[in-house]
Design a protein around this ligand. Structure first.
Ligand SMILES: [Zn+2]
Length: 274
């Protein structure tokens, strides 16, 4: 490890694992369990040298890619639920680090485990696997053996779709319930130009990017689709009905004109992913 590489060390009471990440400002951050024996840090840095160097290089590359918009976001602001999620990129689980985690308090490091598969807690290297996991404290942890932004963005979009399903479906059903409206089905979609839609058979689709809008707009769009269950058109009767159901209709309509500006580029029109 070149001595010029700086890093920030965080001791965490919650962390169960050693985590190496690159922060949004391009700094190496090492998170270790609170009781971790820091004598092992040089070993870890040495072992992770190539990952660290590559990730820092990728980060600088991404800085340039930011201009094209296809970069991994540092934060994801979900206005609909008043939440800012911080994105952290970590490398794939390393059997050697798992070994250190289990051994560091009790035993001196006398033997290294055989690489990967034979280590008791280790998993064999999986090559190109990307995992996305939401941690407590609003952290979205991306574990990737490679930091290729396109694939990571696809995974983040899959996570966003799942999050949208979790948040938006019950939200819509509650609004429907309050009004005694029967909804046949709700699905989450990723349309490029529509916030929502309602089929003639009464199936409502909501765009996952609604999560980026403030609640007043989410409500408005949901009520718009619910009103279509009664008025399947955009007649005056429809607008009167909507205005009756949503007191914020005028405000919402004017704010919605700029609604797409609240959606980050990476989330528009992307496929669901896995
Ligand atoms: Zn409509």
């Amino acid at each position: 490890m070149p001595e010029t590489t700086e890093f920030t060390l965080k001791k965490s009471k919650r962390a169960k694992h050693i985590r190496l990440t690159i922060s949004s400002t391009g700094q190496l951050v090492i998170v270790v369990p609170y009781t971790f024996n820091l004598d092992y840090l040089p070993t870890i840095l040495e072992r992770k040298k190539s990952w660290i160097e590559k990730s820092l290089r990728d980060f600088r590359q991404q800085d340039r890619e930011a201009l094209s918009g296809r970069t991994i976001p540092e934060t994801i602001e979900l206005k609909a639920i008043d939440t800012v999620i911080r994105v952290e990129i970590a490398e794939t689980a390393d059997p050697f680090l798992s070994y250190l985690e289990t051994q560091n308090r009790l035993f001196p490091l006398t033997a290294k485990p055989q690489d990967s598969s034979s280590s008791p807690h280790g998993r064999p290297a999986t090559g190109h696997k990307i995992k996305v996991k939401e941690l407590p404290d609003n952290i979205l942890l991306i574990t990737a053996s490679d930091t290729a932004s396109e694939e990571i963005l696809a995974k983040i979009n899959s996570w966003l779709a799942a999050k949208a399903r979790h948040i938006l479906v019950p939200w819509l059903l509650a609004l429907a319930d309050e009004r005694g409206i029967d909804v046949k089905s709700v699905s989450i979609r990723s349309q490029q130009t529509r916030w929502g839609s309602c089929s003639t058979s009464g199936r409502i689709s909501l765009n996952k990017t609604l999560l980026f809008l403030p609640p007043v707009l989410v409500n408005h769009i949901m009520l718009h689709e619910l009103c279509h269950l009664k008025e399947m058109n955009h007649s005056k009767r429809f607008w009167d009905l909507l205005e009756q159901e949503d007191k914020n209709t005028q405000l919402a309509k004017s704010q919605l004109k700029k609604g797409w500006q609240l959606v980050p580029y990476w989330a528009i029109g992307s496929p669901y992913g896995g």
